[in-house]
Design a protein around this ligand. Structure first.
Ligand code: GDP
Length: 283
């Protein structure tokens, strides 16, 4: 997205008159969404004078800030002493396993105890990948046998986390795109399973979306939201050709706010969503 604004700036500063269609197409291409784009264009037209780069940046900044959710409080352990259960869902390749590990480290760095559940049992590599992360970050990982029922892995991990009085349990779930129906059923089953040992669980369900996939992510959010109500997004690959604009579109349409951002492959390249920082990065 930052790249997009740079190229936009070049375009505008090289021209005597702004090409409105071109600008509109660029804003939509940056995943700002049709509504937001329309508001920005309307405000720029209302200026009634030659539009400058500063105008575009300033008006976009204002609208972005208005459209984004306020900052959330930090995650805190549950007062009842039971684990705070986080389900991490999403399609394969979005960065789900990496983000589960990063979130684990993020919580650990804040002094909380964490346990990871490797419930992406259909992709053998995902279990190994999470175990490697666990070793590297010194976070316990509960895994099942290959092809084990993901719900049983989550159940066992939850049981262990309760016994160990772990503050946070993060479940990395399966994300096979080609069997969408099964995947959604599986998520429903995982939710039911988590509620067996604590009827208030899961406490947070985060969908991982890849910022470089643009509007595909919107479709994914819609489908997952139906199967497993989503509380927020982890927007990954913000470091790539990522257009964080997809987070705005999803929030605007489905009221699912961005909560964390992935900005690289390293475990510490991860941050809690902060409105001001996000807007600054976009611009
Ligand atoms: P999963 O299939 O959804 O569990 O995806 P993985 O966690 O295996 O990640 C897929 C690929 O994306 C891996 O190569 C990760 O290193 C990479 N990845 C994950 N998050 C980020 C990110 O924020 N930035 C970049 N550049 N790569 C990421």
């Amino acid at each position: 997205m930052a790249g997009f604004f740079k190229s936009l700036i070049n375009k505008i500063s090289n021209r005597a008159d702004i090409d409105w269609d071109d600008l509109e197409a660029s804003l939509i291409a940056a995943d700002l969404g049709v509504h937001l784009t329309t508001y920005i264009i309307d405000d720029l037209r209302d200026l009634g004078r030659k539009v400058t780069v500063d105008d575009v940046v300033e008006i976009t900044r204002r609208h972005l800030s208005d459209k984004l959710p306020p900052d959330f409080p930090e995650l805190t352990p549950r007062p009842d002493g039971k684990p705070f259960v986080i389900l991490v869902v999403g399609v394969n390749g979005t960065g789900k396993t990496t983000s589960s590990a990063k979130l684990g480290l993020w919580l650990k760095n804040r002094g909380h105890s964490v346990c990871l559940a490797a419930a992406d049992t259909f992709r053998a590599a995902a279990v190994e990948q999470l175990q490697r992360w666990g070793n590297r970050l010194d976070i316990p990982v509960v895994a099942g046998a290959p092809n084990a029922d993901p719900s049983s892995v989550c159940f066992n991990a939850h049981k262990q986390a309760i016994a160990d009085k772990t503050d946070f349990l993060i479940c990395d779930t399966a994300g096979r795109l080609h069997t969408r129906h099964n995947l959604m059923e599986e998520l429903t089953k995982i939710r039911r399973t988590m509620a067996k040992q604590d009827e208030t669980a899961p406490h947070l369900t985060l969908l991982v979306v890849d910022a470089t996939t643009g509007t595909n992510a919107m479709q994914q959010a819609k489908e997952f939201h139906k199967a497993s109500p989503l509380d927020g997004l982890i927007v990954t690959k913000m470091d790539g050709s990522g257009k964080g604009g997809i987070a705005i579109t999803i929030y605007e349409n489905l009221d699912i706010p961005p909560r964390f951002l992935g900005m690289g492959e390293e475990p510490d390249q991860f941050a809690i969503f902060r409105r001001d920082t996000f807007v600054k990065e976009v611009l």
